[in-house]
Design a protein around this ligand. Structure first.
Ligand code: PLP
Length: 510
């Protein structure tokens, strides 16, 4: 296809490709229903990486200009709906019109998840047999307390009958809120059940804060790299994202402070413990500074604590919320990593009018989180088994982390460095400037290992170049083999790149 891309400009190649194709679709040059070249063919034709094409196609799909059909390719326009014959009979024939869906491509879409969608597309090849996937930040399902949850689910149903199946309250089950308040108070965050809002996972808590307090054009500061779905959530609100670098002590709060002076952001989103994707833990000094910054500049800090129960080298410092004077920090406690993701429960701690507003938002979004599920989780958290299970899982994950670190130390070329996670499920591979995240991702796939594509975790264009390695859901032999393949891939790239700059942009390294 005849498309001119200019290298060395500020606009990423995938955006240039997206715009070029978008123009052709809108002008009718590319007809509705016509098939775009395969990702591989387009990449070869234009001399760009597969990732560039995947990102461009995903962005076009998010705009409703193309759609992917599994196994057949990417087509211009929306999928054609073919009604079944009984639908036509039932609907008196009007459903025949559904064949013409072209008008749907003209509908504006406000909520998009470009990074989350790109990650899913990029990970499709990782599902091929023989590929070792180090991409999932999920806990290991073999550690799930299946029997206990089944038993307690039944008990919640019988004992709470009929309340467990009735409408619940937006703020959530009082027992569960009391458990979270007690747990938080013991960890230095004085709180009462009234200060807790139960959400459907940490992700919903991030979304509630974003939809309640962030509007179009507001600045939001995030660690860069960070949890990519949070980036999509803030983007979806029309916010302007500003990335703050991370080093071995977590977010560079000094840089955050200067960005606050310049841009007056509404919100700072931070994952101080078990940071996703780098695994770093913020030092106590920086936590104090962050809480002080929020108070002095009257802004909100959203503290995401999805995984601090899995620390491997001693306890993490107190939460940022523990240094909060004046209710500027909203703290979210997750249960997906430490109990199971499938219950979809998180707990948010906020004070004063913030809690009132967040509860109103919760009642608009999904009214309440299932009382059955909250009752089951509360019973499990209150049982002695919970602490035992946590201890067992921590030991398993620590051994997996150690295996990955050992393999990296033995096998990786010296030009590549990585973070040492004190907690959580992830670490970050720092690539030299001469190797892009896309090149490393593709070379690793060729060697038979899939990693998280680093650029998707960034608030703005690279640097730093990197890959995320997630280690929680794989046994040690698989992790070792995965790192062996990754190291082989990186060695090949470095041999090809010999002579290019070997500097890295990320600070934390072994
Ligand atoms: C930092 C971070 N926050 C939030 C989430 C989502 O958590 P939940 O499953 O509770 O919605 C994840 C999941 O990977 C995460 O890594």
């Amino acid at each position: 296809m005849d498309i001119d891309l200019s290298r060395g400009t500020e606009t990423p190649l995938y955006r240039q490709l997206q715009s070029a194709l978008s123009r052709r679709i809108k002008s009718g040059d590319l007809k509705h229903g016509s098939r775009l070249p395969s990702v591989r063919a387009m990449a070869k034709d234009l001399g760009v990486s597969l990732i560039t094409v995947v990102q461009a196609y995903d962005a076009l799909a998010a705009d409703g200009l193309v759609h992917a059909s599994v196994g057949t390719g990417t087509f211009v326009g929306s999928p054609t709906v073919t009604p079944s014959s009984d639908t036509i009979a039932r609907d008196g024939g009007w459903a025949e019109e559904l064949g013409e869906t072209e008008w749907q491509t003209a509908l504006p879409t406000y909520l998009r998840a470009p990074r989350t969608a790109s990650m899913q597309s990029l990970l499709r090849p990782a599902r091929r047999s023989g590929i070792i996937s180090l991409t999932s930040g999920s806990p290991d399902p073999s550690l799930f307390p299946v029997r206990a949850l089944g038993r307690l689910w039944h008990r919640a149903m019988v004992v709470d009958d009929p309340r467990s199946l009735q409408y619940g309250t937006p703020q959530g089950d009082l027992h569960l809120r009391a458990w979270i308040a007690t747990h938080c108070s013991a960890a230095g965050i004085p709180s009462l059940p009234d200060d807790i809002l139960i959400t459907s996972g940490v992700q919903q808590a991030i979304d509630l804060v974003a939809r309640t307090f962030v509007g179009p054009g507001d600045y939001v500061l995030v660690e860069s790299p960070t949890f990519l779905t949070a980036l999509d959530i803030f983007d979806g609100r029309g916010a302007k994202l500003l990335g703050v670098p991370v080093d071995s002590e977590g977010m560079r709060v000094d840089i955050a402070a200067s960005l606050v002076e310049r841009f007056r952001p509404k919100l700072i989103y931070s994952i101080p413990t078990a940071h996703n994707p780098t695994g770093t833990t913020m030092s106590e000094g920086r936590r104090r500074q962050l809480a002080d910054l929020a108070r002095q500049r009257n802004l909100l800090v959203l503290e995401d604590d999805s995984c601090s129960d899995f620390t491997y080298d001693g306890d993490a410092p107190p939460a940022v919320k523990a240094f909060d004077r004046g209710g500027h920090v909203v703290f979210i406690k997750g249960f997906s990593k430490t109990v199971v993701p499938g219950l979809r429960v998180g707990g948010m701690v906020a004070h004063g009018p913030l809690m009132t507003r967040l509860t109103e938002s919760k009642s608009l979004v999904d009214r309440f989180t299932s009382p059955m599920i909250q009752g089951t989780l509360w019973r499990y958290l209150s049982a002695r088994q919970y602490q035992r299970d946590l201890e067992t899982a921590r030991g398993v994950y620590r051994r997996r982390r150690d295996t990955v670190l050992r393999a990296l130390g033995e096998l990786m070329p010296r030009e590549i460095t990585w973070t040492v996670p004190a907690a959580g499920f992830n670490l970050w591979i720092n690539l030299p400037r001469s190797i892009s995240s896309a090149e490393a991702f593709e070379q690793a796939l060729k060697e038979g290992v899939a990693c998280g594509f680093g650029d998707l975790f960034l608030a703005q264009a690279p640097p730093p170049n990197g890959l995320r390695i997630s280690f929680a859901d794989k046994p040690e032999q698989i992790l070792e083999e995965g790192i062996r393949r990754l190291a082989a891939g990186m060695r090949k790239l470095l041999d090809d790149e010999l002579g290019r700059s070997q500097e890295t942009d990320f600070v934390t390294a072994v």
